[in-house]
Design a protein around this ligand. Structure first.
Ligand code: PMT
Length: 393
């Protein structure tokens, strides 16, 4: 995402400490951040912390004379691309929903011309309070984006809904606001990561796919407005915010999960490095070292991509192909055999486990190379290519 001007409002809750980390992440991602605080927020974290992290002056007073026309309440939000209030307390949500303008943050929100986002953070009972729920519903109806809250352990010791989203999740959601909604209304089903075919109770056949390419693509599809279901083999990656992840182990489990959802998908993308074979003579217990070397017999796994592509009302299918040589020749043969309209081919040496990738796109018109780039940037590019080839909804 290109650099944006972010106005961050911090209101008075314990989660204000997470806003400091959020500021750091925003700056690290190249954005310009200006911070405004309520008086209550300054009791949790000092303005100096935000000034140091953002590199900009911090405002907490409606009467601050520093803006050249002494109109902080208008100046600050007019130069922002987005105004995000994180954490947003129940009190601030109430004020925003009712147009109250009695401090710098609520006044900036009323006078803004940019989109407004709130990330609520409060005790679970306060969150569930009908008055608060009415305020949140009103804000949504007014076009305000509400990020979260999450469920979990709260600072007060209670457990429930009301935690502010983590800074990384806020960053993901915020950056997604600026992405063209090329896949709005589309359901994307995809696979990612490796599969694991057990040999015995502890050993198995797998591969070195990290899941990074698939997860980046899941995020990019979600950013473009799609509803994403990600069938994932074992990876250590966190599920992208807003994506539905189904965890599987073996290729057959992946096949079953995909086929359960394929009927309602508009697009299927097979990024997973699926094992072509599984162990026929899998041992129930751990194999003991003995006199003879165990013999592992293999049998073929079903081809998930080819199966989905041959369904009577098949979704638009995108395959990947990982080759260690003869990329164009082998990948083109795979595209024809599996009958997919678009195939993304990459060399394992440049793709697997790495943060960057370099691919060839193959379709009926021929092949088209994309230069090496970061997997998230490549994923955004692949979404553009995919959207351009989609039949009308
Ligand atoms: O996870 P990373 O570390 O980021 O690496 C990314 C990647 C290299 C794994 C990814 O970019 C990639 O190329 N994925 C496909 C890897 C692969 O196994 O390709 P394949 O040539 O074996 O399979 C071709 C296509 O058929 C793939 O879409 C695959 O998901 C699908 N397939 C394969 C076998 C099978 N039984 N069922 C399938 O659906």
């Amino acid at each position: 995402m290109s650099a944006r001007r972010i106005l961050l409002g911090v209101t008075g809750g314990v989660a204000a400490y997470k806003a400091a980390e959020f500021t750091r992440l925003l700056v690290k991602a190249g954005h310009t951040v200006e911070v405004v605080m309520t008086e209550a927020a300054t009791r949790f974290v000092t303005p100096v912390t935000f000034q140091a992290l953002s590199g900009n002056a911090v405002y907490a007073d409606l009467w601050d004379p520093r803006p050249h026309n002494a109109m902080a309440h208008i100046e600050l939000s007019r130069r922002a691309d987005v105004f995000i209030i994180a954490p947003a307390t129940a009190n601030t949500l109430y004020k925003l929903a009712h147009g109250v303008s009695d401090d710098l943050i609520s006044t900036l929100a009323a006078a803004r011309t940019c989109p407004l986002v709130v990330a609520p953070a409060m005790n679970r009972q306060m969150w569930a309070n009908p008055a608060n729920q009415r305020n949140v519903a009103q804000l949504r109806a007014d076009g305000v984006q509400v990020f979260g809250p999450a469920s979990g352990e709260q600072a007060c010791g209670e457990v429930g809904e009301g935690r502010m989203l983590e800074p990384e999740q806020l960053l993901e959601r915020l950056e997604a606001l600026f992405v063209p909604q090329r896949l709005a209304g589309r359901k994307v089903l995809m696979t990612a990561g490796p599969t694991f075919e057990p040999i015995d109770a502890v050993r198995g056949i797998t591969n070195i796919s990290s899941g990074k390419m698939g997860y980046a693509l899941a995020r990019a599809c979600r950013n473009a407005g799609a509803e994403v279901t990600l069938v994932s083999g074992p990876t250590g990656l966190p599920c992208p915010e807003g994506v539905q992840r189904l965890d599987v182990g073996t290729a057959r489990e992946m096949y079953d999960a995909v086929l359960r959802h394929a009927g309602s998908a508009d697009i299927f993308i097979g990024v997973a490095a699926v094992a072509d074979y599984r162990v026929r003579n899998r041992a129930e217990h751990k194999l003991k070292k003995g006199d003879s070397v165990p013999v592992i017999e293999l049998e073929e796994n079903p081809d998930i991509l080819a199966t989905v592509a041959s369904l009577p009302a098949a979704p638009f299918c995108v395959g990947f192909a990982a080759e260690s040589r003869n990329l164009l020749e082998y990948a083109d043969a795979k595209r024809r055999r599996k009958k997919v309209p678009l195939l993304v081919a990459n060399l394992v040496q440049k793709a697997m486990g790495r943060d960057t990738n370099e691919v060839l796109l193959l379709d009926d018109a021929g092949s088209h190379a994309l230069p090496e780039m970061d997997k998230q940037a490549l994923a955004a590019r692949l979404v553009e290519e995919l959207a351009a080839r989609l039949p009308p909804a």
